[in-house]
Design a protein around this ligand. Structure first.
Ligand code: ZN
Length: 235
């Protein structure tokens, strides 16, 4: 019964915000990535990108007067069995960490790709996406909880709705944050002397998440478009 109610609620919410699918976007050809590289080349690319990107990232962080720690630490996540991934987090002292898994370093075919991903992750921190997203998730949960109470839901229904509201609040904003991070990541990679468009072509090799409701990532075409528009404003 609870399951059925939850499913019905999810459907009702999806129905409220669903829009018709946008027409397919014609995308100009992407720059060539090159062939897969040897482990030695992959490691050298990564070390070179860290050296050039780190000072640019810290300078931009300070220049934007972000109310945050700008002393970035870039690390390799060498835990076995990790998928190709990069992420940003904070250590216990609040220092920003950008982590790359070994499969991501191996998967990147050129330094531009690593630089773009590094710029993208740094941008999430500079733009304070983690605290902002937590705030928005809380607001989403509160609104949905109040709505459920107002429509006479029992206590269990309210709690379920609060969890669901948190998810919707967090994920709904995630796409905007990704595009914002792509735009600032473009600037960071460009300032460090890399080609952000060639770097962003990395996404064309990973599966396109499309534009589904509750998807956390924007479609690849939207990301490439953001990079191109940002680049045009820099040149
Ligand atoms: Zn991101």
């Amino acid at each position: 019964m609870r399951q059925v109610m939850l499913a019905a609620l999810a459907l009702a919410l999806a129905g409220c915000v669903e829009t018709s699918a946008p027409p397919p976007v014609q995308m100009a050809p992407l720059p060539e990535a090159g062939s897969p590289v040897s482990p030695g080349t992959a490691a050298a690319n990564f070390v070179g990108v860290v050296r050039r990107m780190e000072p640019v990232i810290e300078q931009e962080c300070l220049a934007r007067r972000a109310r945050t720690n700008c002393d970035f630490r870039i690390v390799v996540d060498d835990r076995p069995g990790q998928p190709p991934n990069a992420y940003q987090t904070l250590d216990s002292a609040g220092r920003p960490i950008i982590a790359f898994t070994l499969p991501l370093i191996a998967e990147a075919r050129n330094a531009d790709e690593l630089a773009f991903v590094m710029g993208h992750e740094a941008a999430h921190h500079i733009a304070s996406h983690i605290p902002r997203q937590q705030q928005e998730a809380t607001t989403g949960a509160l609104i949905l909880g109040v709505l459920t109470a107002a429509t006479g839901g029992d206590e269990t229904a309210i709690r379920t709705a609060q969890n669901l509201g948190g998810t919707i609040g967090a994920r709904r904003y995630a796409k905007d944050y990704e595009l914002e991070a792509d735009a600032l990541g473009t600037i960071l990679a460009w300032d460090a002397g890399y080609d952000p468009e060639r770097g962003a072509a990395f996404f064309a090799r990973i599966p396109d998440p499309g534009n589904r409701f509750l998807g956390t990532h924007p479609p690849n075409a939207a990301r490439i478009d953001t990079v191109r528009r940002t680049l045009a404003s820099l040149q």
